[in-house]
Design a protein around this ligand. Sequence first.
Ligand SMILES: [Zn+2]
Length: 417
Amino acid sequence: MKETALERFIRYAKIYTQSSDDAETYPSTGKQLDLLNLLLNELKSLGLKDAKIDQYGYVMATLPSNLPNGHPGRHKVPRVGLVAHVDTSPSASGTGVKPQVIRYTGGDVILPGDRSVVIRETENPELKNNIGKEIVTSDGTTLLGADDKAGCAIIMTAIQTLIENPQFLHGDIKIAFTPDEEIGAGTKYFNIEDFGADFAYTVDGDTPGELNKETFSANLAEITVVGRNIHPGSAKNIMVNSLRAMGDIIVRMPKDTAPETTEGYEPYIHPHIVSGEEAKSTLKILLRDFNTTGLEVLKKKLEAIIEEVQRLHPKAKISLKISEQYRNMKDYMGSDLRVLECLWEATKRAGLEPSWVPIRGGTDGSRLTEKGLPTPNIFTGGQNYHGPTEWLSVWGMEKSVETVVNIAQLWVEKTTA
Ligand SMILES: [Zn+2]
């Protein structure tokens, strides 16, 4: 019996796979292995003989080419990779997810487990494309995990579809399921050589038809203020409260260059996590720009703020550290445009109007592309990631399966045309 993408998704969504920002291990949480091992076994039972899991938890497998002997593409069609991540975001609870499938008939969707959690029509323009169709939500007390278990279900269903339809000609298809994407470590130990793909796609987007070949370039800035602590009773002229300087820094962060006030290709500086007490405090700041050179401009803004605040608090020691996170995949996509053309045409062939949308974030593909494996991103049909109003269009997910199946065939057509 063929299992649908929806049935697979529901099974995966119930497995608790949250990753964790502050862990020493890889994967960051052992429970991600529950889903990784399940996917491994499902790949094996689909007949993918080389399916394996490595010491870091990466699951990889090959669906071998079905091009017959003598086919002109037999030794020429590039090996195409499909990648999805199993972890869910630490920003919302992912334990005890109770997915519900409802037929959407218009209006707001009130979630049953917490009636204050509402998927609003006004905030979800994509809802109107699902009137009369099925959508999946959580019960409102957890996220749903369509990011990226929808991607896992889409890849598995596409592979099954290719196996069951030998008339769909394809080259070698490489599959990878990864942990820890949500904490920015999805490709930390990803062995590109072992994976063996020439081009790849992450199935980790959202709105049906929207495709991604551009992501932010990202740096992490860390400001540390060192003060001096002493009992408040005898602190006069001695205490240097780092929190006061830190407050003056935060208040100077440009409000017109913030995630809350920008969109499209606009950059931002985003105060993200602050911690500390009188003696020492730290602030983590996300710097994002589609132009990597723009990250220097954002750094200069921080330096100017620090200089100003340093003058106000001469006894505090303020320092700035910048570390690289990921880079815009566009700069590394390479000259072989087939990777983008196949994706575009596959989406059209699925009956959708494709569009390129810049991602105001990163994907596993950002790093893979930077390391030499061009990896644009495909929609999944999910919306409102990382929170309890997350929802998934079943129709969108099915369109994504179709798109992936089309991609496999288009690579054959493009190579032998
Ligand atoms: Zn994701």
